[in-house]
Design a protein around this ligand. Structure first.
Ligand SMILES: Nc1ncnc2c1ncn2[C@@H]1O[C@H](COP(=O)(O)OP(=O)(O)OP(=O)(O)O)[C@@H](O)[C@H]1O
Ligand code: SF4
Ligand SMILES: [Mg+2]
Length: 313
């Protein structure tokens, strides 16, 4: 059984201009010990998808579908039951640590909180654990650093403190949204190395959202490519880099600096009123008549690789 199984997930925002279908019929699974990378252009729905899993979206959002975690549907749980899972079993590492760390509490206190909350440790014991965590994410002088506030940390240190906080209670699943965004390249590499180590050590599963395909190649077992609210390709990491199946995946790879930086012509469609056929159709060099009218299903390309494209019908 997979640890997390998302089935036909939809998340929509009701706005003045209409209904924004940010996540549209998305299904995927994450097995124990597996890391799935979620990639795609800005605005395609990655963050909304991640937030949907733990029901962290605002009131004006409608979320439908099934999000099965260890067999229980998170969308059906009471707020109390969900609280018990958030932070303890499923940890979130967000892209902007400054907005997730509380500016008026010391870093040490914030990392010790989950130990008090979820493991029932007393303040002092939790504090010792927090310092241990800071040490594990290689913050120098962890005892002293624990007494400091987030603004006294550098960007890279804050990111590592976030990771320490996320991993404090040994979660089974980590959801990381752009964990290296905004960091300079050397620090990025350090954070990736650290995450790799910690995942291996803790045997946790992970959903990692990133623009950075070299990071995905480094950390992930599988990859899901998202476009305009949908998953267009799902593949093992090696298959994906060796032979991406979906025309968009190919363009996306070719648009990377390492592979020629060829821009993808056109723009992605509106999430309010997406085209009826294939959503990539207006930008696709392989488009044919049916692509304009018939919405393609996710089709099997080979064992473990799927693409939402009529070529594979
Ligand atoms: N609260 C909201 N109300 C209305 N629309 C929203 C809201 N939050 C997000 N959206 C829209 O949903 C779509 C998906 O946004 P999302 O933040 O998930 O993109 P993303 O793939 O994470 O992009 P990025 O790579 O830039 O982080 C966007 O078009 C965005 O404008
Ligand atoms: S379905 Fe048609 S338009 Fe869409 S990606 Fe495949 S070939 Fe291109
Ligand atoms: Mg995002």
């Amino acid at each position: 059984m997979s640890l997390l199984s998302v089935e036909h997930l939809e998340s929509q925002f009701v706005t003045e201009d209409g209904i924004v279908k940010a996540v549209d019929d998305v299904s995927f699974e994450i097995a124990n010990n597996e890391t799935l990378g979620l990639v795609g252009e800005s605005g395609c729905g990655k963050t909304v998808l991640a937030l949907s899993i733990l029901r962290l979206l605002s009131e004006n959002t409608k979320t439908r579908g099934i999000i099965r975690y260890r067999g229980r549907d998170l969308l059906q749980l009471s707020e109390d039951d969900l609280m018990a899972i958030r932070g303890r079993e499923i940890a979130q590492i967000f892209q902007n640590p400054l907005s997730s760390l509380n500016p008026v509490l010391t870093v040490g206190f914030q990392i010790s909180e989950p130990f008090m909350l979820h493991q029932g440790l007393k303040r002092k014991a939790a504090r010792i654990k927090a310092v241990e965590m800071l040490e594990r994410v290689r913050i120098p002088l962890p005892e002293e650093r624990a007494r400091e506030y987030p603004h006294e940390f550098s960007g890279g240190m804050r990111q590592r403190a976030m990771i320490a906080m996320g991993l404090a209670c040994k979660p089974s699943l980590i959801i990381a949204d752009e964990p290296t965004r905004g960091l300079d390249v050397t620090i990025q590499a350090q954070v990736v190395e650290l995450m790799k180590e910690l995942i291996k050590e803790s045997c946790a599963s992970m959903l990692i959202i990133t623009h950075d395909l070299s990071l995905a190649a480094e950390l992930c077992d599988k990859i899901a490519v998202m476009y305009s609210g949908e998953i267009l390709e799902y593949a093992g990491i090696q298959d994906f880099f060796r032979k991406p199946a979906h025309p968009y995946s190919k363009c996306f790879l070719e648009s990377l600096p390492a592979r020629g930086m060829k821009p993808i012509r056109g723009i992605s469609p509106s999430l309010i009123d997406p085209p009826p056929g294939c959503r990539f159709c207006p930008r696709c060099d392989h488009a044919r008549e049916e692509c304009k009218h018939v919405h393609p299903d996710l089709m099997k390309v080979k064992e473990g690789q799927y693409a939402r494209c009529h070529i594979y019908a």
